[in-house]
Ligand binder design. Sequence first.
Ligand code: HEM
Length: 139
Amino acid sequence: MTPEQVDLVRTSFDAMWPIRRDLADLCYNRFVELAPDARQMFGGDTEKQRKKVLDMITALVASLDERPMFQSLIAISGHKHAILGVQPSHFVAMGEALMWSFERQFGASFTPELRESWHTLYATAQNEMLRATGRHSSF
Ligand code: HEM
């Protein structure tokens, strides 16, 4: 990612923090529409579903800071997700749900540049998580 893209993601993360619960709900609901077979992995508790989405968004943004350290954490998390049964198609659906919820929540301020920055960040993390378990997919 370029330094400009990193800045864009960080600024948007600050802006989303106060409304993170709404954003997480939008993302989760869209995700289970796209990947209904993954619903059971999240359990029935709304608060916990929200937390999983927010853990993901926070991990993505944190991975911008210290690449080598976060690369290994992402790889470990990749193994954990594989053990949970998360499939490459679920990663693709989650990426789509995330972009969709940003668009819904931020409207015109989710500019094409911002979209591209988040897309690059998510796709990089997804690829690292899948590569760690010998799999791949594109989003
Ligand atoms: C790049 C994409 C993703 C990132 C960075 C990410 C990151 C994380 C993090 C940091 C956690 C909490 C800590 C941990 O348990 O490792 C977590 C938990 C979880 N994630 Fe993801 N995640 C991603 C994609 C997905 C997808 C596509 C699914 C689809 C089913 C998913 C399902 C879960 C579940 C079920 C948990 C809870 C695990 C538990 O209960 O122990 N994640 N994720």
